[in-house]
Design a protein around this ligand. Structure first.
Ligand code: GDP
Ligand code: GDP
Length: 450
């Protein structure tokens, strides 16, 4: 599906002229059925090497005066909703009118990316209107002449990132749809330092005591992975478990155990979608545990903390408080990590592990819709404005999720390099909270507006 670009603006600003210029000869009238949502033209648009679908909202002048604004609003709403980005046109010669403001407000509310075009600006005409256009609050205007083809290079530069991004989103969406495929196993790695109880846990999970004695019915295993089906509440989840303990035995390298287990963990992490860091309750979060956890998060994996040997702990309440506090302090990059206490030896608490794994996996695949994100961004920026740097306020204008697994967001930000880390954290934590994305790494990339 090509990216959809809507042309928005009051009558007579030059939408049809721009439409014809962009659609060229390949103009296709695909939608000429009258009616509120269908009363518009779509065509195949091109600008340089960019191709897109272009939506126009023509024919409005014929409507009775009184009904005009409401009807335009409805049509524009429908076109905007469908679009990936909008071009808002004004007539730079006429200056900004109240109706232009109405359209600008509508687009701001929609949360869609907007490119503001001050049309009829051939030569030096329309200069005053061009500067007026800043007041619409939808960013910097681009001076163009739809009739004479001026400013098309600037328009190209403005459109290109949106089209590239929207196309990227589409690929990602295809990939993300896969997570829901009930036949594709969820890849889980159990990682942790030697003696944490990894082999014992793997045995317990697959309900098979002699891990090394070959395949049993319903379980396929090789030296480093085991596949089985976990029966969840709503559906069955095929799970492929990466067994780092088995891998270590296979390598038969018993010296340099410390070093090796981190290398094992890294291999397992690369394989996995979700990593379960198994801690020994009696020695939680030692240096190697933290190294492994950090590795998993930096690789962008979803992480669950499992605290093993819980049967050995007497003061359980105090212990869990201590472990929660340590997790928050030592792993601030992933607040709210799920922590499951269990005993691989007795089986206690084991049934809580897979639900936690599936939950972080779902969060890891989370996709937030662009309008919702931008609505959130506006509120977040209003509540707590970005700081000013050498007298100029940093502006964050537009945000979109470009990837899942883990959720990755790109925001357009002036002076991105000057935005304090604390403010970036404020935004990341805000995204987590607003869209309920816990425990998985959330990436935010700040990009200069093009
Ligand atoms: P729409 O109602 O927004 O679709 O506007 P049209 O495309 O029908 O244009 C309205 C009028 O503005 C027409 O007379 C066009 O010829 C004129 N027009 C459109 N673009 C330009 C431009 O870049 N410069 C000038 N001077 N006139 C333009
Ligand atoms: P690995 O090196 O991480 O694979 O650890 P193992 O599974 O080989 O376990 C190391 C030791 O811890 C063995 O002696 C296990 O019996 C013991 N162990 C594992 N899980 C538990 C548990 O939940 N409780 C207790 N008390 N001991 C455990």
């Amino acid at each position: 599906m090509p990216v959809k670009i809507a042309l928005v603006g009051r009558p007579n600003v030059g939408k049809s002229t721009l439409f014809n210029r962009l659609a060229g000869k390949r103009l296709a009238l695909v939608d000429d059925t009258p009616g509120v949502t269908r009363d518009r033209r779509e065509g195949e648009g091109a600008l340089g090497d960019l191709s897109f679908t272009i939506i126009d909202t023509p024919g409005l002048e014929e409507a009775p005066e009184a009904a005009l604004e409401g009807r335009m609003r409805k049509q524009t709403d429908a076109a905007v909703m469908e679009a990936d980005a909008c071009l808002l046109l004004i007539d730079a010669r006429a200056g900004v009118t109240p109706l232009d403001k109405t359209f600008a407000g509508l687009l701001r509310e929609s949360g869609k990316p907007v490119i503001l075009l001050a049309n009829k600006a051939e030569g030096s005409a329309g200069e005053a209107g061009f500067y007026d256009a800043y007041a619409l609050g939808v960013g910097e205007p681009i001076a163009i002449s739809a009739e004479h083809g001026e400013g098309m290079g600037e328009l190209y530069n403005a459109l290109e990132p949106f089209i590239a991004e929207a196309e990227g989103e589409e690929e990602e969406a295809d990939e993300a749809a896969e997570w829901d495929n009930p036949l594709k196993p969820l890849r889980v790695a159990i990682i942790g330092r030697p003696n944490a109880g990894k082999s014992t846990l793997v045995n317990r999970l697959i309900g098979e005591e002699r891990l090394l004695t070959g395949p049993e019915a319903g379980i396929t295993r090789d030296s480093i992975s085991v596949e089985w089906v976990w029966r969840g509440k709503d559906r069955d989840w095929p799970v492929k478990l990466f067994d780092t303990a088995g891998m270590r035995r296979k390598s038969r390298v018993q010296s340099k155990l410390e070093k090796l287990s981190v290398a094992d963990a890294l291999r397992a992490i690369k394989f996995a979608e979700v990593a379960v860091l198994l801690l020994d309750a009696e020695h939680p979060f030692d240096k190697q545990d933290l190294q492994i956890a950090d590795l998993a998060l930096r690789e962008g994996r979803a992480l669950v903390i499992a605290v093993n040997k819980w049967d050995l702990i007497e003061e359980k309440d105090a212990k869990i408080r201590e472990i929660r506090e340590m997790a928050a302090r030592l792993l601030p990059q992933a607040p709210g990590l799920p922590i499951v206490t269990l005993s691989a030896l007795t089986g206690g608490g084991i049934r809580r592990l897979m639900p936690a794994v599936v939950q972080v996996y779902i969060d890891w695949n989370a996709r937030v819709k662009t309008p919702e994100l931008n609505e959130w961004l506006q509120e977040a920026v209003q509540r707590h404005a970005p700081p000013a740097v050498s007298g100029q306020r940093i502006k964050i204008r537009y945000i979109a999720q470009t990837k899942t697994r883990p959720p990755t967001f790109v925001a357009q930000c002036t002076r991105a390099e000057d935005l304090p880390a604390a403010y970036k954290r404020y935004l990341v934590n805000g995204i987590r909270e607003a869209f309920d994305i816990k425990a998985v790494p959330v990436r935010l990339i700040l990009k200069k507006p093009d």
